[in-house]
Design a protein around this ligand. Structure first.
Ligand SMILES: Nc1ncnc2c1ncn2[C@@H]1O[C@H](COP(=O)(O)OP(=O)(O)OP(=O)(O)O)[C@@H](O)[C@H]1O
Ligand SMILES: [Mg+2]
Length: 408
C-alpha cells in the first residue's frame, strides 16, 4: 500500500500567484491556522481576481464550490468598491453585498472565512453572535465590533470604515418562530446590527469606556496629534454572517409542499439531485426560523454549504493543507516518532467520522479515540515509527500491543 504523499506541514510554498507581496505578510504558522492579523493591515491595493481567491481557498477547504465562488466574488466586489471610493469615485447608490452562509455543522463555514481572512488586506474582525446582548451589559455591544476594526486598523478610522466584519452563529439570534430561539434579547441584537449593516455611525470611544472617554477628552484639550474622526461610519463595511440553522430544511420542505400544487415535484427533483434543501432557503424561511425581516433583508447574498460525504472527509484528511493528520504527525514528531498515514487508514477514519454526522468535526472525535493510547504510551518507548492502516484504526489497542511487544 503506497504511503500518501503530503507536503511538509510548514512548507506551504508560495501563496497563490497573484497575491501582492504585501499580502503575504500573514503567513500561516501551521496549516490552516492564521497567525493573528498584523496590527496594521497593508495599504489597499487589491488586484486579486475571484478565481485567485477560490484557488487559495481550495488549498484548505474541500468541496463547497458554490460557497467559494460566492465568497470570492463578494470579497473582490468589496475590494473594488473600496478602491474606487478611495480614488474619489463615489457611488451614491452602491448597495452592500452582505453575505449569509448557511449549512450544517462542521462543514467548513468558519473554516472558509478563516482561510480567506489570510488574504484580506482590509481590517477584519470575527465574533460569535452569541456573545452579544441587547443592552451590552451582560454580553458585548455590537458597536464594539466596529471599534475592534479600528483597533485592527492600528487606530486608522478611515481604514476601519472599509473593513469586513464576520459574525458567526447568527442562527442563535433567532427568537420566536420555529427555531425554538434563545430569548427576546436575540431580536434586540438583530435590531442593533441593522444600523451597522446599513449606514450607521459608531462613536470611536465607547460611551461605557470611562478611561477611553477621559483619554480622548484630555487629548482634545491638549490639541495634539492629527485630528481623528469621533465616529466611524459603517456604510462601506462588509458583513459576512453564518450559521448552521439546524431544522431549516424542515421549514423549506414544508413551504415547498404547501406552496403550490407542484410542490412535491419540486421537492422530489431537488432531493433526487441530492441537493440540500438549504440551497432553497428563501427569505420567508429565514423569517419563519425566527430572524427579523429587516435583518434578513440586509443579507442579499446567500449561499448554502453542503454536508460532507465520506469521500469528502477522506479528502479533508488527505488533501487539505489544514488536515488534522499534520497535527498528529507533529505531535508524534515532537517525541522523535514518525507517524505514517496510509490511504486505507485514512479511508477507515473517514468512514467512522461520517457516521458521527458532525461534518469534519467527526474526524477529530474519531482520531482522538484512535490515538489516545498511542499518544500516552509511545513517547519514551522504543517505537520510533508506526503506520496508521485500516487494521490499526479498526483495533488500536491490539496494534499498540503488537508495536510495543515487537520493540520491547
Ligand atoms: N470542507 C472542509 N474542508 C476542510 N476542512 C474542513 C472542512 N469543513 C470543516 N473542516 C475542518 O473542520 C473544522 C470545523 O469546521 P468549521 O469550524 O468550519 O465548521 P462550521 O461549518 O463553521 O460549523 P458550525 O456551524 O458548527 O460552526 C475546521 O476547523 C476544519 O479543520
Ligand atoms: Mg462555525
Amino acid at each position: 500500500m503506497p504511503a500518501t504523499t503530503h507536503r511538509e506541514p510548514n512548507d506551504l510554498g508560495p501563496i497563490t500567484a497573484g497575491v501582492p507581496a504585501k499580502f503575504r505578510g500573514a503567513r500561516l504558522a501551521k496549516p490552516g491556522v492564521v497567525e493573528s492579523a498584523a496590527p496594521t493591515p497593508p495599504e489597499f491595493s487589491f488586484n486579486l481576481k475571484p478565481a485567485d481567491i477560490a484557488r487559495h481557498l481550495n488549498r484548505f477547504v474541500i468541496g463547497q464550490r458554490e460557497a467559494k465562488k460566492v465568497l470570492s466574488v463578494a470579497l473582490c466586489d468589496h475590494f473594488q468598491h473600496v478602491r474606487l471610493t478611495l480614488e474619489g469615485q463615489t457611488a451614491p447608490f452602491y448597495q452592500k453585498q452582505n453575505v449569509l452562509l448557511l449549512g450544517p455543522t462542521g462543514v467548513g463555514k468558519t473554516h472558509l472565512i478563516r482561510s480567506a481572512a489570510e488574504l484580506i488586506g482590509v481590517p477584519f474582525v470575527k465574533a460569535d453572535a452569541t456573545k452579544f446582548s441587547e443592552t451590552g451589559y451582560v454580553g458585548g455591544d455590537v458597536d464594539d465590533l466596529v471599534r475592534d476594526l479600528v483597533r485592527r486598523a492600528g487606530g486608522d478610522v478611515k481604514k476601519a470604515e472599509h473593513g469586513i466584519i464576520y459574525l458567526d452563529e447568527v442562527d442563535k439570534l433567532a427568537t420566536r418562530g420555529e427555531s425554538g430561539g434563545r430569548d427576546v434579547s436575540g431580536r434586540g441584537v438583530q435590531t442593533n446590527l441593522l444600523k451597522l449593516m446599513e449606514d450607521g455611525d459608531v462613536p470611536v470611544v465607547s460611551p461605557n469606556d470611562m478611561t477611553g472617554q477621559l483619554q480622548s477628552a484630555m487629548s482634545a484639550m491638549r490639541g495634539g496629534g492629527a485630528a481623528q474622526p469621533e465616529t466611524i461610519n459603517t456604510r462601506h463595511i462588509l458583513f459576512i454572517v453564518s450559521g448552521a440553522f439546524s431544522g431549516m430544511t424542515e421549514i423549506v420542505r414544508r413551504r415547498l409542499l404547501s406552496g403550490s400544487s407542484r410542490g412535491d415535484e419540486a421537492l422530489a427533483e431537488k432531493e433526487g439531485k441530492g441537493q440540500s434543501l438549504l440551497t432553497s432557503a428563501a427569505t420567508a424561511d429565514l423569517i419563519a426560523y425566527g430572524l427579523e425581516p429587516e435583518f434578513v433583508g440586509r443579507l442579499p447574498v446567500r449561499v448554502a454549504c453542503h454536508g460532507l460525504s465520506e469521500e469528502d472527509l477522506f479528502d479533508v484528511l488527505r488533501k487539505s493543507e489544514s488536515s488534522l493528520i499534520h497535527q498528529y504527525e507533529r505531535a508524534f514528531a515532537a517525541y522523535g516518532i514518525q507517524c505514517v498515514f496510509k490511504d486505507d487508514g485514512l479511508r477507515r477514519l473517514a468512514q467512522l467520522a461520517a457516521t458521527e454526522n458532525t461534518g469534519a468535526r467527526g474526524l477529530m472525535t474519531i482520531c482522538e479515540r484512535v490515538f489516545r493510547d498511542f499518544k500516552f504510551k509511545l513517547p519514551g518507548s522504543r517505537v520510533k515509527r508506526f503506520s496508521v492502516t485500516a487494521k490499526m484504526v479498526a483495533a488500536p489497542p491490539a496494534e499498540l500491543r503488537r508495536l510495543l511487544a515487537a520493540r520491547g
